[in-house]
Design a protein around this ligand. Structure first.
Ligand code: NCD
Length: 367
């Protein structure tokens, strides 16, 4: 392994996400900013190849042997359906053995063990940790611990730390979601030359939605992209993302309704109100309702372009008219997006363990 001189833990944690990326490199998946255009294109190609290869009996058997000696822990201590299941499905496709911890109440953390000691323990047993945690900083801490732990993996003829992959951290980042979102956008725009030059509207709770934050960061890799942030004032995109977009010269516009930009944009990315983060949960009966101006209705299908696509990371509530789920319209892609997640996660794991070339070569040979 290239030597990485990591600062001590407090100094590392004092760094910004972008500064941490210099140490993270390709050892872990924590922040959307760590990706270059080349890496994104490569992962999308790999996801496509794995998808194709899996349709071939010999190909799927071959993939299921690739990582059969590797053991993964899915450490998900926040609610999850898609991310947890699609990671599990992806790991199965690659033949990995899997374990999960989904509730700290039944782990030794409930006996007062520190987060650091728990991670150190996990690292003694497994070759990969995928984690979802309410604390946005926990992924960085786990990465630091892994970099400094004694155990190393032999991968690609060298030694590597056990990779930590974020499956969503607090309200801040969800890098693997934005990788699958980029994959979905790229596939949708196949006929119209990809993501470069596209106008993308993000709708809903942009302030606390980690998916839209990570996706905004990832847009730095595409030329002439323009973003529209449609949200009620209290849920508008946070200043740190706006400052980042200014720095990388991505124009963005804060708008007050879907209607304001719908005829002009090439993609609409809906999100739900993230009310699990509401401080005052007291009198709140059930979930907060989306405001009419930010609900995607059937009329919007008539207003959007013929090559405009409707995405949602899911889960959704009332921000999309449920009738749209079963409308046969090539522009409604959120169910396909969900399945794309599994293939993108196959690609992410294959890349981390250096079996990507085997997948590409077998695809060329068998498909
Ligand atoms: C998202 C998440 O967990 O941030 N879900 C997902 O991973 N697909 C979006 C959400 O919960 O609203």
């Amino acid at each position: 392994m290239d030597s990485v001189n990591l600062p001590n833990l407090p100094d590392f944690m004092a760094l910004s996400e972008s500064q941490r990326c210099e140490y993270i490199r390709d050892f872990a998946v924590l922040y959307a900013q760590q990706y270059t255009r080349e890496q994104l294109d490569e992962l999308c190609r790999l996801a496509d190849a794995a998808r194709k290869l899996h349709k071939n009996a010999e190909g799927s058997d071959m993939m299921a042997r690739l990582l059969r000696n590797r053991l993964v822990l899915n450490f998900f201590v926040q609610p999850s359906s898609r991310t947890f299941l699609s990671f599990n499905a992806a790991q199965t496709i690659l033949g990995m053995r899997r374990m999960s911890v989904r509730d700290v109440k039944i782990s030794s953390m409930s006996k007062g063990e520190s987060f650091a000691d728990s991670i150190r323990t996990f690292l003694s047993y497994v070759d990969l940790i995928v984690m979802r945690h309410p604390d946005a900083e926990s992924g960085a801490e786990a990465f630091w611990i892994s970099m400094n732990a004694h155990r190393r993996l032999r991968v690609m003829g060298g030694e590597r730390p056990i990779p930590i992959v974020s499956g969503g951290s607090g309200t801040k980042q969800h890098p693997t979601q934005s990788l699958l979102d980029v994959y979905t956008l790229q596939k949708s725009f196949e006929r119209t030359e990809g993501i470069d030059g596209k106008k993308i509207m993000l709708v809903g709770d942009l302030k606390r939605g980690r998916t839209v934050r990570s996706l905004s960061y990832m847009m730095k890799n595409y030329k002439d992209v323009e973003l529209f942030f449609a949200a009620p004032e209290k849920y508008q995109m946070a200043d740190d993302i706006c400052t980042f977009l200014d720095e990388v010269h991505i124009p963005f516009h804060k708008i007050d309704s879907i209607d304001e930009a719908i005829t002009d944009v090439d993609a609409i990315y809906m999100t739900r109100i993230q009310d699990e983060w509401n401080k005052d949960k007291g009198g709140n009966q059930g979930h907060e309702k989306a405001h009419d101006d930010f609900i995607f209705q059937k009329k919007h299908l008539d207003m959007m372009k013929d090559e405009c696509y409707l995405l949602h990371p899911l889960p959704k509530r009332d921000e999309i008219d449920p009738d749209i789920d079963y409308i046969n319209d090539h522009r409604v892609v959120y169910w396909r997006q969900e399945r794309n997640g599994m293939w993108m996660r196959v690609a992410i794991i294959a890349k981390l363990f250096g079996v990507d070339q085997e997948i590409l070569a077998a695809t060329d040979r068998l498909c």
